[in-house]
Write a protein of this length. Structure first.
Length: 70
């Protein structure tokens, strides 16, 4: 189970799909499953936040280009 959680964390840390993320295997011993699940939850929250901010920023740029303000 911990291995699956670590795999999920690695996927969430990727910036692009081809990137390889290495995590120290000792984390499997150090963290409890609940802690790994919390890390996944935090990473998902941050990812959603970044996507929202990026979307707002792109919308703002788009609106400016429509007005020729750039």
């Amino acid at each position: 189970m911990k291995e699956e959680l670590i795999a999920q964390i690695k996927e969430l840390l990727k910036i692009n799909k081809d990137e390889v993320i290495d995590i120290n295997p000792n984390y499997l011993e150090y963290f409890q499953e609940e802690e790994l699940e919390d890390i996944i939850s935090q990473l998902n929250g941050r990812k959603k936040n970044v996507l929202a901010i990026t979307g707002e920023y792109l919308d703002e740029i788009y609106e400016k280009t429509k007005k020729d303000e750039i």
